[in-house]
Design a protein around this ligand. Structure first.
Ligand SMILES: Nc1nc2c(ncn2[C@@H]2O[C@H](COP(=O)(O)OP(=O)(O)OP(=O)(O)O)[C@@H](O)[C@H]2O)c(=O)[nH]1
Ligand SMILES: [Mg+2]
Length: 287
């Protein structure tokens, strides 16, 4: 995990692109993954957007633990941030986001009215790390598939405004920021949920991290999915063996195919086949 670094060149370029657009923007929608609200943020965002209001969107809330999502929102709101949860795949995203935006920008609206300016749609910019659902969110807000979506990190490349379903304008291409790997656990969180390209990762370590997390925090999930009776004391190889046996992951000679076991487990956890999971708790993090 040590070789994954914060790329200064990449970061500078992303920062410049965001800064160029800021003068025409009223609000920033910072998309995060509700399953990892802290690991999926960029710690420089506040500094980069220089005082523009930020709405933190905990996206993919349909995959996250609903209780934990509520706790995160409460914590963020208590610390003075604006935060909502969203499901950009099927949710009525526009009305939720618009309602909150109107509240946040009420002061700006009144100020412009006092100056005698005519009412205008607010303009928003979507920012987030790879794979949090920025394009999916924009598509949902726009009501049409105007932006390409895909489940591989780094699909979006270029930027202009598009109309949403109501009185809001969005930059059609989001600002992509890289997360900061301040400690090893952030890398593991991102890898476990597929936000870092698989080819730069030790997938066996990522899977072991995920299995341990489940055994500690969601002890029944492995049993429900793979019929395994394991606890935190069970040797990890035994758990891999049992998953392999349960799911028929075998090499031609009959031995367990550990690569397949690992890939299957990672597919399952990334696609909520192991149930709704949040892998960061408010107690673990100081915000
Ligand atoms: N379950 C669920 N899946 C979502 C949600 N939002 C996005 N996705 C899925 O997450 C994957 C990534 O979504 P994108 O919209 O491509 O993410 P992105 O942030 O634009 O990614 P890059 O362009 O690579 O930076 C896709 O497979 C989406 O279908 C959501 O709210 N819930
Ligand atoms: Mg995208």
């Amino acid at each position: 995990m040590k070789q994954i670094q914060w790329f200064p060149g990449h970061m500078q370029k992303a920062r410049r692109q965001i800064e160029e657009k800021l003068p025409v923007i009223d609000i920033v929608y910072e998309i995060r993954d509700a399953r990892i609200p802290e690991s999926s943020r960029n710690p420089l965002l506040m500094e980069i957007v220089k005082g523009k209001p930020i709405l933190v969107i905990l996206n993919k809330s349909d995959l996250a633990d609903p209780m934990k999502t509520k706790e995160w929102i409460q914590k963020y709101e208590q610390s003075g941030m604006h935060c909502i949860e969203l499901n950009s795949l099927t949710g009525n995203v526009f009305s939720q986001v618009n309602q909150k935006t109107q509240i946040i920008l009420q002061g700006l609206k009144e100020k412009e009215e006092k100056k005698g300016m005519t009412a205008r749609p607010f303009r928003a910019m979507v920012i987030g790390i790879p794979n949090v659902g920025k394009s999916q969110f924009i598509n949902n807000m726009a009501g049409k598939n105007k932006v390409k979506t895909g489940n591989l990190p780094g699909v979006t490349k270029t930027q202009s405004f598009i109309k949403t379903k109501g009185d809001l304008l969005l930059l059609d291409n989001p600002g992509v920021l890289w997360p900061k790997f301040e400690d090893e656990s952030i890398g593991f969180h991102l890898a476990l949920l597929g936000s870092i390209k698989d080819d730069i990762l030790p997938l066996d370590e990522v899977a072991i991290f995920g299995i341990r997390y489940l055994l500690n925090h969601y002890p029944n999930r492995l049993k429900e999915r793979y019929g395994i009776d394991a606890d935190i004391e069970t040797p990890i190889l035994e758990i891999f063996d049992q998953i392999g046996i349960n799911r028929g992951c075998r090499l031609s000679g009959g031995d367990i195919d550990y690569d397949r076991v690992i890939n299957l487990f990672l597919y399952d956890i990334r696609n909520s086949k192991l149930g709704r999971i949040t892998i960061e708790s408010i107690e673990d993090v100081s915000v």
